[in-house]
Design a protein around this ligand. Structure first.
Ligand SMILES: O=C[C@H](O)[C@H](O)[C@H](O)COP(=O)(O)O
Length: 220
């Protein structure tokens, strides 16, 4: 078992029958979805809402009952990965482009469990370029305002074309260097018209499960 799988499988133990479960996105959440699906096959009775089309497809293929966002009024537990985790459990997310739906799930969850391997742990956020989701029609103007906050934004592209999120938006990956005050930066980004959401998750989780290569896990 690898480190991501170890963290994911420990997180899946937190799910009980009757719960509404938020499914994250990415290579670590992938293992959680598989483990949850195995538990569903064993009789676990849950419904789930997915943070991306990719995770929704996977969950459906594996037999997890999926409901749309509009069908729920809250989530019991969301399990998701992260790109960086600092010592105060603040996160950078969005490496896979799913940050908007992920943040909505996290903000509406009683418990938000983050699953990572040791490589994601940092003293301060910022080595990973911060993903910021922006509206396509004002891409240049919005990016200019984001740049004025002190970063070098790069429009995310795939095969030479802008990457488009599940919500029809673009992502700019913003290198701010070390982020001293993530909450303040998050507020500044939210003030820019055209910014839909950013990948700073500040004070949103109390539970980070860190997996190690030997298959052991610890809670941060
Ligand atoms: O948009 C993607 C998400 O925020 C992912 O949870 C994050 O990028 C971590 O992904 P992975 O588990 O693949 O490293």
């Amino acid at each position: 078992m690898n480190a991501k799988q170890a963290a994911a499988e420990k997180a899946a133990e937190h799910i009980e029958s009757g719960m509404t479960v938020g499914l994250g996105t990415g290579t670590t959440a992938y293992y959680a979805i598989h483990r949850i699906a195995a538990r569903v096959q064993e009789g676990l009775d849950i419904r789930a809402v997915a943070s991306s089309k990719q995770s929704e497809e996977l969950a459906k293929q594996l037999g997890i009952p999926i409901v749309p966002f509009a069908a729920i009024d809250g989530i019991d537990v969301t399990i998701d990965g992260a790109d960086e985790v600092d010592q105060a459990r603040n996160l950078i997310k969005g490496g896979g482009g799913a940050l908007l739906r992920e943040k909505i799930l996290a903000a509406n969850s009683t418990a938000f469990i983050v699953i990572v391997d040791e490589s994601k742990l940092v003293r301060k956020l910022g080595a990973f370029a911060l993903p910021v989701e922006i509206v396509p029609f004002a891409c240049e103007l919005t990016t200019k305002q984001v740049r004025a906050l002190g970063c070098e934004p790069a429009l995310r592209a795939v095969d030479g074309r802008p990457f488009v999120t599940d919500n029809g938006n673009f992502i700019v990956d913003c290198d701010f260097g070390v982020i001293d005050d993530a909450a303040e930066l998050g507020c500044k980004l939210h003030r820019i018209p055209g910014v839909v959401e950013h990948g700073l998750f500040v004070g949103m989780t109390k539970t980070v499960i860190v997996g190690s290569a030997d298959g052991s896990v610890r809670y941060l």
